[in-house]
Design a protein around this ligand. Structure first.
Ligand SMILES: [Zn+2]
Length: 338
């Protein structure tokens, strides 16, 4: 399997985040990629550094003003010389009418929640992760049956114009858009524990990229405000967004029923390629999990997905259980065989 990863992705190391009434210790840390690199190494696969394709593929999905904010926010924050924390975080979430004035207004405008602190290297790492996603898409476009973007920081919660939920650049959406250069129809299947509201929003009005997500019911669960089954797309995009929220506590049988439903829908769409937004946070002991998926279930997932036969760019999303991430990833990857 072609595997893409850039060491710059490890520079982003958040120190704090704010969620559900508490300051919390980040789980989205460099150890995650170390674990998956270890899994890839155990399988005897090489890891390639992605070729830098510049901002073009990222700008195809994200707004200019947001990208400028992401690049400059930390320097502008530190330049105030005030007694602020050393990461850009906002306690105000409000869009300015017109251009936001000052770094606090920009943070209020471009950060969707408290789970996306911007440190000195965040933009650099997010950019490198996005390049890994582009490289995986390009490998698939060039004929590889499968490629893995070891994308960290993850991406599926990043909107076109805002960071959120540990995510800054929407790696899976960037990969899907890139694949559209060579494929008429691309399906994005998201099997992370959480609904990828960023991917949904980016493609909500389109019929050429079909977003399908299986995730924990967003009732009192991130991303909270989207991910319901009633969200089906708009305009020409109607029918090209499929959300399958599962009750908290769902077991593997329930998950695989949902996966069958997702694959039937994807099959009708007849995609020429798939982007798999892959999360390991459905694992039963994961701190983010609301399901009881066990290690062997990741083998079954891979076997069912590979059987579909679509050329696939796998883009890493969540997975935060340090003790098992390597083993779960290895189990999943080694069963991705035709
Ligand atoms: Zn997740």
């Amino acid at each position: 399997m072609n595997v893409f990863f850039d060491a710059d992705q490890q520079l982003h190391h958040p120190q704090n985040y704010f969620s559900r009434g508490k300051m919390r210790t980040p789980e989205e840390v460099p150890m995650r990629s170390d674990a998956i690199l270890q899994a890839v190494k155990s399988l005897g696969w090489a890891v390639e550094k992605p070729v830098d394709q510049g901002w073009g593929p990222i700008e195809a999905v994200h707004d200019h003003a947001y990208l400028a904010f992401l690049r400059d926010a930390h320097a502008e924050w530190m330049a105030t010389g005030q007694d602020w924390g050393n990461e850009v975080m906002s306690n105000v979430y409000r869009r300015s009418e017109g251009e936001p004035l000052g770094i606090l207004a920009k943070a209020a405008h471009f950060l969707a929640d408290g789970s996306c602190p911007i440190g000195p290297n965040t933009a650099r790492s997010a950019y490198a992760a996005a390049q890994s996603a582009v490289a995986a898409a390009d490998a698939v476009a060039a004929g590889a049956p499968v490629a893995l973007a070891l994308a960290r920081p993850p991406g599926h919660h990043a909107r076109a114009d805002a960071a959120g939920g540990f995510c800054y650049l929407n790696n899976a959406a960037i990969a899907a858009q890139r694949l559209r250069e060579t494929c008429q129809r691309v399906v994005v299947l998201d099997i992370d524990m959480h609904h990828g509201q960023g991917i949904q929003e980016i493609f909500y009005h389109r019929d050429d990229i079909f977003y399908i997500s299986i995730h924990g019911d967003p009732l009192n669960f991130y991303p909270v405000v989207s991910g319901h089954a009633s969200e089906v797309g708009e305009g020409v995009g109607t029918g090209f967004n499929l959300n399958i929220p599962l009750p908290h506590g769902s077991d593997a049988a329930t998950f695989f029923q949902a996966l069958d439903q997702a694959l039937v829908a994807a099959n009708k769409f007849a995609p020429q390629a798939m982007v798999l937004a892959m999360g390991f946070d459905t694992y039963r002991e994961d701190p983010q999990s609301k399901m009881t998926i066990d290690t062997p279930d990741f083998a079954t997932m891979a076997q069912r997905l590979v059987r579909c036969g679509w050329p696939t760019a796998i883009v890493l999303e969540g997975g935060y259980h340090a003790a098992t991430l390597q083993h779960n990833a290895q189990t999943f990857l080694q069963h991705w065989q035709r």
